[in-house]
Design a protein around this ligand. Structure first.
Ligand SMILES: CC(C)Oc1ccc(CN(CCC(N)=O)C(=O)c2cnn(Cc3ccccc3)c2-c2ccc3sccc3c2)cc1
Length: 256
């Protein structure tokens, strides 16, 4: 019992220390995370892959609440998995049930924490029951003014950029805009992230050092932070460390 308490205390202290060494006045406005490693986490423990996804979902809640606590304005999360297309049907079915469980269980806290849920990407690929649960949560939280918890669903940057090109071409063809109007600001208004500022910090877990077609236009000037930690093991301390590193880098940015 005493040993457990000592461990709890050390953990609590560590996360406070980590938290305290974040400069509250220079917290990144928008943090984007490529959540990777659920499968490996489960495999390492001889658990079924869906156990990794279940754990991963709990980490989304933890990281969202901590981001809200320290004053991050937007947290965009992207579930990346190379097996996206190779997943067995049982896993796909499990994954598609996660959002409803997540939203039903998390909605009271989302309201209490004044967190707004948004999605970028195509909801139509989701089963009806999943899409309805998402639309309900987006509707119910739309007036919440603190953290925007933004889910990238079925998202791909190149498709997003191509759709922006098509939208702009259409508007030029229909004389809604002139060629000389096309600049970076106008272009970004045709992206799914149109009313969201670019990520200041992009985090990717599980040791992969790739962008994987995620927010490629938006991360042009973002700080990139990679960790070997598998998503289900990621916690507030890892996020605090990423933000401390971000703040160190920005300090140099201030100088020449
Ligand atoms: C508003 C929000 C709750 O609505 C959503 C509607 C549909 C999805 C499912 N989804 C999109 C479909 C696709 N495959 O693109 C994924 O991104 C996907 C693919 N694997 N995992 C497991 C995983 C879980 C946790 C971390 C990484 C991967 C997820 C995933 C991602 C985050 C969260 S949080 C609650 C459930 C869940 C599931 C997601 C959100």
């Amino acid at each position: 019992m005493l040993e457990m308490f000592t461990k709890w205390r050390a953990n609590k202290k560590r996360s406070d220390i980590e938290h305290n060494s974040i400069d509250a006045t220079r917290v990144p406005n928008h943090v984007a995370i490529i959540m990777d490693g659920n499968g490996r986490w489960a495999k390492k423990r001889n658990l079924p892959r869906i156990a990794g996804h279940g754990e991963g979902m709990k980490v989304v809640k933890k990281v969202a609440k901590y981001s809200n606590k320290i004053g991050v304005k937007v947290l965009t999360v992207y579930a990346f998995s190379t097996e996206n297309w190779k997943r067995p049907k049982t896993e796909i079915d499990f994954i598609m049930k996660l959002p409803e469980q997540f939203l039903t269980s998390f909605l009271p806290e989302l309201m209490e924490e004044e967190i707004q849920v948004r999605v970028i990407g195509d909801l139509n690929h989701l089963p009806n029951h999943t899409r309805q649960a998402v639309e309900k949560a987006v509707e119910q939280t739309k007036n919440n003014k603190r953290l925007i918890l933004n889910f990238a669903l079925n998202y791909g940057s190149r498709v997003e950029i191509l759709n922006a090109v098509k939208g702009i071409s259409d508007d030029v063809k229909n004389n809604n805009i002139a060629l000389e109007d096309i600049n970076e600001e106008l272009f970004s208004n045709y992206l799914l992230t149109k009313d969201i500022a670019d990520p200041d910090l992009l985090i990717r877990t599980s040791g992969e050092l790739r962008i994987s077609n995620f927010l490629m236009w938006q991360i042009a000037y973002s700080e990139l932070w990679f960790t070997d930690v598998l998503w289900p093991d990621f916690d507030e301390e890892h996020l605090a460390k990423a933000i401390q590193d971000y703040q160190q880098r920005k300090r140099r940015f201030g100088g020449l």
